[in-house]
Design a protein around this ligand. Structure first.
Ligand code: SF4
Length: 319
């Protein structure tokens, strides 16, 4: 199964570029060592791009009646309009409409996606802000998978983000090829189990659009399908929905299994549902036992291989 190679935007300092205000970088090993072989990066350092050099004075957000302003800490230079203009330019340009996700640097008044302090004088009066550049990107692309490197240390959030990024890349590749109705049917059916693990309603909504793809407004239907597909995957997959999907798959392979193997599989699915083993365990067993038509079906379902296996992201015990 082809993965489609994702294009992922990221704060340049996370890839080891020495662009921070103090002349350092914030290299993140998961990005540079684990993900780099599988994705193309689009690096953006908003502060460098508005013409600030490195090292430079650090910045912070300050409260004003018109909203947060991006200011230099010592000299109180207001960089809000430069940063807003850069964000508008990046958002309008092709480089951000063609990405499958964005990893921002945490705790930055330009790149942070949560918990950024807002100052009045020397006091932080609110710690719920987003960095100015990140805020503009997130508002412009509400369906884009975004995370920061701190949140990506959580195995559940990491797996969810990577899964969405690879799914977005496959969708982008499909839409780029101006698919025929049968291509869309095939794409949707390959994603059936993956979509069901996230959102059965989203799966049905996207399926309704697939049924309309032979009509006169194919571009409109494809756009709507893309939005429905992304929205379905944005719903967090749950243990309960994964158990439903696994049982559905067990039903498909069980005809060809002897009673002992069938019982083994049912037991392992129960153990996953009881938070005793990671998802990788029932998936590996299902793949191992699938024979004949069921094996072909399993091989083709993105649910069984939503991203390169080498990333090893499904080995955590669900909380
Ligand atoms: S956090 Fe953003 S603005 Fe700051 S150095 Fe990294 S990429 Fe540049």
């Amino acid at each position: 199964m082809g993965y489609g190679r994702p294009r992922v935007a990221t704060s340049s300092c996370l890839l080891g570029e020495p662009v921070r205000h103090n002349g350092n970088h914030s290299r993140d090993r998961f990005l540079t060592d684990a993900l780099t072989p599988f994705v193309d990066w689009v690096q953006i350092c908003p502060e460098m791009e508005i013409g600030l050099g490195t090292p430079r004075e650090s910045l912070r957000l300050e409260r004003s009646p018109e909203g947060p302003r991006l200011m230099t800490r010592r000299s109180h230079r207001d960089l809000t309009s430069e940063m807003t203009a850069l964000a508008a330019e990046r958002i309008a340009g092709l480089n951000l409409t063609e990405v499958d996700g964005y990893v921002f640097k945490a705790k930055s008044p330009s790149c942070g996606i949560h918990g950024i302090p807002l100052y009045v004088g020397d006091n932080a009066v609110d710690r719920r802000q987003r960095g100015l550049f990140a805020d503009a990107v997130i508002r412009a692309y509400p369906g884009l998978p975004v995370e920061d490197e701190g949140r990506l240390r959580d195995p559940v959030l990491r797996e969810a983000f990577v899964e969405r990024v690879f799914a977005h890349a496959r969708l982008r590749e499909l839409l780029r090829r101006e698919p025929r109705p049968r291509d869309l049917v095939e794409f949707h059916s390959r994603h059936k189990m993956q979509l069901l693990a996230h959102s059965p309603d989203g799966y049905r909504e996207a399926g309704r659009l697939v049924a309309q793809s032979g009509g006169p407004d194919r571009p409109g239907v494809l756009d709507a399908y893309g939005a429905a597909f992304r929205a379905a995957l944005a719903v967090r997959a749950s243990v309960g929905r994964n158990v439903n999907v696994l049982q559905h798959c067990l039903g498909m392979v069980s005809d060809r299994l002897d009673p002992v193997r069938r019982a083994d599989l049912a037991e392992v699915i129960d153990a996953y549902g009881a938070h005793e083993v990671p998802l990788s365990v029932p998936l590996a067993l299902l793949r191992h036992h699938a024979r004949g038509e069921a094996a072909t079906y399993v091989r083709e379902q993105t649910y069984f291989a939503p991203y390169p296996e080498e990333l090893g992201l499904r080995h955590h015990i669900p909380a």
